[in-house]
Design a protein around this ligand. Sequence first.
Ligand code: NAG
Ligand code: NAG
Ligand code: NAG
Ligand code: NAG
Length: 378
Amino acid sequence: MILIIGIAIGVLFGSMSAIVGMLWVMLRRRRSQVGNISSQRAAALPISGNAVDSSTVLSDITESPRSSEENRETSVMKCGGGHMKKSLSKSGLPKYSYKDLQKATFNFTTKIGQGAFGCVYKAQLLTGETVAVKVLATNSREFLSEVLLLGRLHHKNLVNLVGYCLEKDQHILVYEYMSNGSLASHLYGDQHKPLDWDMRVCVALDVARGLEYLHDEIMPPVVHRDIKSSNILLDRSFRARVADFGMSMVALRRPLSGIQGTYGYLDPQYISTQIFTKESDVYSFGVLLFELIAARSPQQGLMELVKLGAMSTEERLGWEDIMDPKLDGKSNMQELNEMAALAHRCINESQLQRPSMREVVLSLLQILESKKHQKKNH
Ligand SMILES: *[C@@H]1O[C@H](CO)[C@@H](O)[C@H](O)[C@H]1NC(C)=O
Ligand SMILES: *[C@@H]1O[C@H](CO)[C@@H](O)[C@H](O)[C@H]1NC(C)=O
Ligand SMILES: *[C@@H]1O[C@H](CO)[C@@H](O)[C@H](O)[C@H]1NC(C)=O
Ligand SMILES: CC(=O)N[C@H]1CO[C@H](CO)[C@@H](O)[C@@H]1O
C-alpha cells in the first residue's frame, strides 16, 4: 500500500516537472522568435547612380493567391492576360542548398542583372521551374529573420520571394522569374515596341496596388525606398510587379547615414529631414507616373520637363506637351491629363499634400472606369 502511494506520488511529481520543463522551453523559443522578428529594421539603400541596375527577376510560374481586390479590378477592366492559380503554403519559405543553386545557375554564369544589392542570375530548378537568384553582398545578422518576414508577404503585384539560401557565408534570395523584363527596358530600350497608352495605365495601377499592399495592408508596413522604372518588372502576362521590396531591411544593414535611394526619385522632404516615410515612396511613384507619360527618365531631364509643363497647365488640362512622342498622339488626352494631375499631386513638395497609395489606386480605377463607359457608348 505504502509502495503504491509512493509510486503514485513519484509519477505525479515526475510528470509535473516534465510539463513545467516543456512550457519553459516553449516560452523561451517563442521569446527568441519574437525578438528576432521584431528586431529593429532601420536600414538603407545605397545610392545607385547608374540607371542599369535593374533587378530583373520574377516568375510567371507562381502566382500569389488572388485577393478579392483583384476581382474588383478585373471587373473594371482587363489589364494583361490570364492568371494561373496556385496556393502558396502559409508556412515557412523553402530553403535551398548552395550546391543546388550553383547547379541551377551553371555555377553562377547566367547573370541577368546587377542591382544595388548584388547580382541576379536566372536559374532552372530541378523541378523545371525558372527562378531568379539574387546573391547579396550582405553580412546582415538579421538576414534570416527578415527574409522569413518578407517571405510571408505575397501579392500579385510584387515580385514574390520564393526561397532563400544561407550557407557558406552566402546570402541568397530566390524570386519568381519575370520573363518580360523591366519597365525601364520597355520605356527606353529599343528591343521592344513602345508600350501603348492603355498598357501604361495598367502598369500604373499594378504598381500602385503593390505599394498599397506594402503600405496599408500588412503589419508592420514596409516602405520600398527605391521605386523606379528599373525596379518594376513585367511578368509573362504583362502584369507589372514591384521588385526589391524590403531590400532595405535585409541587405546592407549599416547605420543610416547620408541619403539612400536613387537620384532623381528622391523626396525633397526626405533629403532635408533624412526621415523616409510612406509619402517618400508616393513621391517616387509620382516620378514613375511621369515617366510612363513622357518616356523620359529623371536622368534625362524628366523633372525639368514636368516643371515647365506644370506652368502651362490648369488643374487637369494642358499636360499634352510632355507626352511621349512615341505614343504618336495615340493616347486618350483626358486620361493623360488626369494621370498627370495625379502624378503632380504625388510630387507635391509637402508630404501632407500627397495622396496615400490607397487614394492613388482609387484615382487610377476611376480613370479606367471612365474608359469602360466610353467603350460602351461606342
Ligand atoms: C535569433 O535566433 C537565433 C536562432 O534562433 C539566435 O541564435 C539569435 O540569437 C536570435 N537573435 C536575436 C536578436 O534574438
Ligand atoms: C565555380 O566557379 C568558381 C569561380 O568562379 C570556381 O572556383 C569553381 O571551381 C567553380 N565550381 C564548379 C563546380 O565548377
Ligand atoms: C501642393 O499642394 C497644395 C494644395 O493642394 C497646392 O496649393 C500647391 O500648389 C501644391 N504645390 C505644388 C508645388 O504643386
Ligand atoms: C509585349 C511582350 O514583349 N510580351 C512578351 C512577354 O513574354 C512572353 C513570353 O515570355 C512573350 O511571348 C511576349 O511576347
